[in-house]
Ligand binder design. Sequence first.
Ligand code: SF4
Length: 423
Amino acid sequence: MPNFEAFASQYPEIPPSVMLKVDLLRRGVRLGMGPVGTRHYHHHDEKGQKKIDARSHLQGSVVLPDGTTVFVAHNPNSPYLIQFDAERSALKLREGEPGDLICDLTPGPRFAWAGERTARQTPMASVLTPSLGGACGPLATFLLRYCEFVGANEECRFCSWVRMGKSHELRPDVGDLRETLGRIWSEQRSIGYLAFSGGSLLNRTKEADAFLRYREAVQETGLPLPTTVAAIQALNKPDSRRLCGAGFDYVCYSMEVWDEVAWSAVLPGKSRSVGRAGWMRCLSDAVEVFGSGRVLCNFVAGVETAVPGLYPSPEAAADATLSGMRWCYERGIYPKYAVWIPSGGAAFADREPAPLNYYARLLRGRQELYSEFSMPIPGTDCPHCLTQSCEADLSRLAPARHGVGPATASGWEGRHAVAHAAN
Ligand code: SF4
């Protein structure tokens, strides 16, 4: 479906640029030589990076003509091509061979600090990483550089991260962190959020220990911190209390998929370590610790359609995930989603992406939940950093239809400032 008109006629209730965003996410892009993306240290060290096509380590974003921001990473098999017209210094989005022009693009930010090193010669982008191409300059730190689920071949079926290279656990270095964070503040002047994330351990208390160690090290830099979130396996109440006490603003205990059968097919490691029922109990308990709206739960939207025979239609799969989002809201948990990207190296890398009909149903249904539940949008989210989901785009582009409810009506304004990029 190569043009805006085709999207508009098939999905009249969704702005065509939003359907294009979904299609770019689910099918990926071929990155040409244009100024898009920065090197991404999947494992936060140099030795761990597999020597494959250098473009496989690039991540960033592009902006469509109406301001919709889309995360991009290289997929050599994508029908979409981002081409750089050197003569006009312009970026073009094309589809197919030789390549019908779809639209012009604006590259997302590329920060100069991400190519620099600390005094100890550590790449700054391996200390703190630009997160998902957000234009407000969000950061992530991957503090557990391995995942124990891999040992028994039980990694989450959508996860390519664990196959991108081999690495090992490091202790945080306060000097590196101070230098890097200081350099980031001086260049960007805005940091949308700071997410702490990483692989999983079967001993979740030990996993929480690593998050506490890194949180303390970041604190020790003495530098101001943006909103922080710990994206970690669902923890029992005492460990949730420890994260809250350490100053994390939010925790994100992601269910990823909703139904029990989807859990065993997509999340074998999480099914063994905690199980779906245990995960849901931890989520509810965490609300008692952090408060309503401070506990997040992400869904990898669309991966459940890759489980053979699970749902009779894409719409039924979307409805199941929407049930999961409703369950979250009813318990004070803020539901998030990211469009499933079948990434190279993941166990489900060769599965077909979820159909567009799935997303048309899910996107509409998710916006409708905003009219039912007034829970505020979390401090981690803004129109500049939601590069893998469409809540802010829909509210902005079609407010009468998709921007209803107190959370969306004014909730997207005045959030993270756009970051300055010296590059
Ligand atoms: S828990 Fe799942 S998503 Fe996270 S690193 Fe391990 S396999 Fe990947």
